[in-house]
Design a protein around this ligand. Structure first.
Ligand SMILES: [Zn+2]
Length: 108
């Protein structure tokens, strides 16, 4: 089974793994690991989130668009670009499409 999240603008994150995770209070939980691609160079990168959809939707984890390299190179200029900065940060919340594709190799 393939699970994808399509963000507003058509960028997609593919669910790569769900990992067991133990919280600080020792209760069991899980982390979802999503794979996205860098907007600048196309390199894949991973983002870990909660497995709870309501948490994912509210978090900005999947608003990430750059690989580690290009994320680090982002210039720390104080003035955010009005067209992309704030608008894009909240814009992604308005449209998330979850696509669940049955595994074509699964015949049983
Ligand atoms: Zn990159």
């Amino acid at each position: 089974m393939l699970i994808m999240i399509t963000m507003k603008g058509g960028r997609t994150f593919e669910l790569e793994a769900v990992l067991p995770y133990v919280r600080k209070d020792a209760s069991a939980s899980a982390l979802a690991v999503w794979r996205g691609t860098c907007r600048q160079c196309g390199a894949p990168f991973e983002v870990a989130t909660s497995t709870r959809l309501d948490v994912i939707v509210k978090s900005k984890a999947l608003a990430r668009v750059h690989c580690d390299e290009h994320k680090l190179r982002r210039r720390p200029k104080a003035t955010p670009q009005p067209s992309e900065g704030v608008a894009a940060a909240t814009d992604h919340l308005t449209q998330i499409i979850i696509t669940v594709v049955p595994d074509p190799d699964h015949h049983r």
